[in-house]
Write a protein that binds this ligand. Structure first.
Ligand SMILES: Cc1ncc(COP(=O)(O)O)c(C=O)c1O
Length: 301
């Protein structure tokens, strides 16, 4: 069972129903449990927080919680707050919400490529950082804001990228995306609109990325590949391309770093033709066999 929690009343989307605030709130909470929106074990916000969010007296919420504890819907324990009772079975009608197949356990190692050790996620540090940032954020941070992303984030990213990856990027020229695929989608659209027809890609590269480019109306000729990475120096390799998509830190999927001569050749090509290098620096910080190789971007920002 998960140990999920709901800190804020707004997360619960409670609409007290019927007459009487306390009984209306109780029915809304029961319905949230019945429908599965609040799963067993979920920690509810404190009565103070929920009362503030709903604009009702704290006693109203405390009384509703106490009655639902008495009815067996919730449990309350010193130090662990108020939670949805473990045995309260949600009523699931949506097949998509049915319990997923049990995860097979027992194998000592998961060798599936492309998936990090998810158990290493730094939960405590993440929560601490999120709490600190939310506490310090000005009110306007919760509005729409700059479409490039917040300047604080772009500034620390620029510093971090310079330090960790040898990238030179002015915060003014950084656009925060939700991932590489999102960034590539935007770039594909812009390149096509600028008249680019071909974006060269690496052999055996990620098909998802190729598809994003073809969806933007671009052709994706393949660069040949060997043990030194993509053969960017071959005269025919990049002819006619307006951009090239590379994974220089470690070629996907072979893991080989792009050889210094090939890096230089890619930069020469970009300088002489005005072509763009789309550097997918995925997992650039991580290597098991050597020090991370700096990003290609640093060679000619
Ligand atoms: C080659 C490659 N590039 C980039 C990414 C990251 O993509 P995204 O940021 O869109 O999740 C991955 C993730 O698996 C990848 O395999």
């Amino acid at each position: 069972m998960t140990d999920s929690w709901a800190t804020f009343g707004a997360d619960l989307h409670l609409e007290p129903v019927g007459q009487g605030l306390r009984s209306g709130l109780m029915e809304a909470l029961r319905e949230a449990v019945r429908s599965g929106r609040l799963t067993p074990g979920t920690r509810l916000p404190s009565s103070r927080v929920l009362a503030a969010d709903l604009g009702v007296a704290r006693n109203t919420v405390a009384d509703a919680y106490a009655e639902l504890v008495a009815e067996g819907w919730l449990t309350a324990r010193q130090g662990s707050g108020t939670r949805v009772a473990r045995r309260s079975a949600p009523r699931r009608t949506d097949p998509a919400a049915a319990p997923s197949r049990p995860v097979r356990t027992g194998a000592g190692y998961n060798l599936k490529p492309g998936s990090p050790d998810l158990s290493a996620f730094p939960r405590t540090a993440w929560l601490k950082a999120a709490r600190k940032a939310l506490t310090a954020a000005p009110d306007e941070a919760f509005g729409y804001g700059d479409p490039h992303g917040r300047v604080e984030l772009r500034t620390v990213l620029a510093e971090y990228l310079a330090r960790a990856r040898g990238v030179y990027a002015d915060p003014e020229r950084i656009v925060i995306c939700s991932g590489f695929a999102h960034g590539l989608t935007l770039l594909g659209r812009v390149l096509r609109r600028r008249g680019v027809r071909d974006v060269a890609v690496e052999s055996y590269g990620l098909d998802v990325h190729r598809d994003l480019l073809t969806d933007a109306g671009l052709r994706t000729p393949c660069l040949p590949l060997d043990e030194r990475g993509s053969r960017t120096g071959e005269p025919a390799a990049l002819r006619g391309a307006g951009a090239v998509l590379l994974t220089p830190a470690h070629q996907f999927p072979t893991g080989v770093p792009l050889h210094p001569d090939r890096r230089a050749a890619a930069v020469d090509w970009a300088r002489s033709t005005g072509g763009l290098i789309l550097e997918d620096d995925y997992d650039g910080e991580f290597r098991y066999d050597r020090q991370p190789v700096g990003a290609l971007q640093g060679l000619d920002p």
